[in-house]
Design a protein around this ligand. Sequence first.
Ligand SMILES: [Zn+2]
Ligand SMILES: [Zn+2]
Length: 261
Amino acid sequence: MNLHQQFLQLARQKNQIQYQLLQLLPEIYKSGIYKKYANTIEGYAMRFAQLPESTVRKRLNLEKHLTNKPALRKAIAKVGVHKVALVARIATPENEEIFVEKLRTMSKPAVQQLSKELRNKPNNKTFTLKLTPNLQNLWDQTKKKLGPDLTDEQILEQLLIQQKSPGRTFTTKSLSQKQKQQTKEVYKNKCAYPRCRKESEEVHHPGRNGDHSDLRPLCKIHHQFMHHGLVKNETKQPHKWQLQIRKTTNQTDLLYQKYRK
Ligand SMILES: [Zn+2]
Ligand SMILES: [Zn+2]
């Protein structure tokens, strides 16, 4: 182990201890026992454990959102105040265990993004379009060509993607560097997750359609979403994807989680 690794290991242990200290604070505050040793709870936490004031306050404020969520409260000792605070208001007694699983396996930026998306459920743009007889004719022909089973939304998406990048189609060769590059280009090197504006960094390949029609370029955070059971309809076109809170049970996803660490 080199010096840096040694330092990291100790830092991790220090964080773990700090999480456990923070876990105890609300009870100490409620009991009033701290008054024997300091004027305020912040002073007490600083005097004996050098805990930052802002973290102490965050911990105490968090308590009211944890009253009927024992698993989430317990998780503070493992993952810290900041990660738990990101989901405390969103989680319910029914789904808190699932959130705990996500906190343990997802990175902090990914939890941050998840919390943001759950707080602002998006309004999808919807409109009705009345087709002229000519357009209706064209639409029917296009639908026949692209696949009669596709929904109107899927056809429109195919057309818009082709418009962005003409002549690109998926093939069924094995997944190569070139394939990944092409997939990224179809999405203009952007993350395929709805409304994400980030550059794509990784290519997600659920491989459940038997070909490569489900390859998606994603940013690192949304790739984590895919492998944490958070995306409903993940093998369908991105506009069909929906955020969901579910336990990770898929073996591939569990392998990914292990690999990412
Ligand atoms: Zn993937
Ligand atoms: Zn993204």
